[in-house]
Every structure is written in C-alpha cells, then in structure tokens.
Design a binder for this molecule. Structure first.
Ligand SMILES: [Ca+2]
Ligand SMILES: [Ca+2]
Length: 179
C-alpha cells in the first residue's frame, strides 16, 4: 500500500520531465521523444559554446548560445544515432532563435557564471535565424548520460518544440531507491 502510494506520488514528475533552467534542477530523465520548453523565464545564460569538440567544423557565430537556456538529461536503450530537432516559435514579443547542443557533462552553474561546454560538446547547431529549425546528430551508447541544451542566439528567448528520433529513450529513474 505504501509502495503504491509512493509510485502515484512520483508518477507526475516522471511522466512529465520537462526542460529545466540549470543542471542542478534535473530530477528525472527525459523519456519522451517529443516535448516543449520556453527559455523566456529561464534562470539566465548558464551555458554557452565557442566551439564543439565533437563537431569541429560546426559554424557558430560568437552570439550563438549567449541567450538564456534550458537542459534535459537522457539515456538511450541501445546504441543508436540520435537526431535532435528543435523548432523555434514565438510568444508575445519573444521570438525563439534556437541554438541546440548535446554534451556529456552538465556542470552546476554558479550564479552569474556561464559554463562553456566546448570540450564536452558532442554536436551543435545554429544554422537558421528566428523561428528557425535546428538539428543535431550524435552517436549515443546505453548507460551514459547525455545532456541536451536548448539555447538561443544573442538575447533571443522563446518557446520551442523538440523531437528526438533514431533512439529509444530510457525510462530509467534516478538511482534513488524508488527504482
Ligand atoms: Ca546560453
Ligand atoms: Ca538559430
């Protein structure tokens, strides 16, 4: 009886893991291949890139990634090639100009300090402007945490929709005793 109650209590946060503003706020793996977020109210510019170690040729203007950002954590069920597509949209005067990158680390950000993820970056994209679509692809292995960052160009903040294809996302919980 107690166990069932615990599961019911936990279920909403598991089923609806959503992008959060910084790595310390992640409480569950994102297991849905489609979800949405909005960087308008996010904490700040916690994460950024100058380059991407896993994709040396990627074209990133200096302002790519300077906007406020959100992040999710995923694992995959089997070796696969993940394709992450992000489509920007608008909310009031805010127009999203998405920048997306995947990385193998998620540093805990100090207030007012931007963590540059150049060295742990697996793939990155900022090929289009406001309300555009950005796509990254990277090889994923089971049992490894991958972090997907939803960022923006310069100060562009706004809502966005994400689709992850090519992989089955793991629904595993955190190792917190409830698994
Ligand atoms: Ca940023
Ligand atoms: Ca863009």
């Amino acid at each position: 009886m107690l166990r069932a109650s615990c599961l019911l209590f936990l279920a909403p946060s598991i089923l609806f893991a959503a992008p959060v503003d910084r790595c310390s706020q992640i409480t569950a793996y994102e297991s849905s291949p489609t979800f949405s977020g909005n960087t308008v109210a996010s904490f700040g510019n916690q994460y950024d890139l100058n380059s991407c170690a896993g994709q040396p040729g990627v074209s990133l203007l200096p302002a790519a990634g300077q906007a406020t950002d959100q992040v999710v954590k995923i694992q995959v069920e089997a070796a696969c090639t993940a394709t992450v597509t992000v489509v920007g949209s608008s909310s009031g005067a805010n127009q999203s100009d998405p920048v997306v990158y995947a990385a193998s680390t998620c540093p805990i950000a100090d207030p007012g300090v931007t963590n540059f993820l150049d060295n742990s970056c697996l793939a990155a994209a900022d090929a289009t402007g406001a309300l555009g679509t950005e796509t990254i692809t990277f090889a994923a292995q089971p049992g490894i945490d991958y972090f997907l960052y939803f960022d923006g160009f310069l100060a562009a903040q706004g809502p966005y929709d994400v689709t992850i294809s090519g992989c089955t996302l793991s629904e595993r919980l955190f190792a917190n005793g409830f698994e």
